[in-house]
Design a protein around this ligand. Structure first.
Ligand SMILES: [Fe+2]
Length: 164
């Protein structure tokens, strides 16, 4: 089963990007999409698994984070389609790319949940900062989109790490 990121040559989506620029955008937005879906799935898992004295605020905060991960995964995927790149948000792709170790499917103490989510958000936002630099030369719109995601994830990093 292919997990390659494809750029279009034969479907009727008109784009102002050159095929070469679209390829660079594909190489940087696909892993961003994968990681945002992974964050959303992990956040929901931890929302269900958290236990401890801070159960309620952590449980509820995780849903707020997941809503943003889902919103921005959709924004990234739709931008990919906009520039003629078919996004791959399939479970098999997210599992296959395996960029972050999965959390255990066990109940977790609230402090461990905050640590786990903080570490994952930091990994993803660090990766996206590198990608925004790579797309900047070929597509400022993609750069702008990634900067918006960075701002959202950095705010999340503040709000999770501040609970430690
Ligand atoms: Fe829930």
């Amino acid at each position: 089963m292919s997990t390659e990121t494809s750029t279009t040559t034969s479907i009727p989506i008109e784009t102002s990007l050159s095929p070469e620029a679209a390829q660079v955008v594909a190489e940087n937005l696909q892993p961003t999409l994968t990681e945002l879906i992974d964050l959303a799935l992990t956040g929901k898992q931890l929302h269900w698994a958290v236990v401890g004295p801070r159960f309620k605020p952590v449980h509820e905060h995780l849903d707020e984070l997941v809503d943003e991960h889902r919103e921005y995964s959709d924004t990234v995927a739709e931008y990919m389609s906009t520039v003629g790149i078919c996004p791959d948000g399939r479970a098999v792709r997210v599992a296959g790319d395996h960029t972050m170790d999965p959390v255990d499917a066990e109940f977790m103490d609230d402090a461990a949940v905050i640590d786990a989510m903080t570490a994952r958000i930091k990994t993803v936002v660090t990766n996206i900062r590198e990608r925004s630099g790579r797309v900047a030369a070929v597509d400022t719109a993609a750069e702008d989109l990634l900067i918006e995601v960075i701002r959202v994830l950095d705010k999340q990093l503040w709000m999770t790490s501040a609970q430690r």
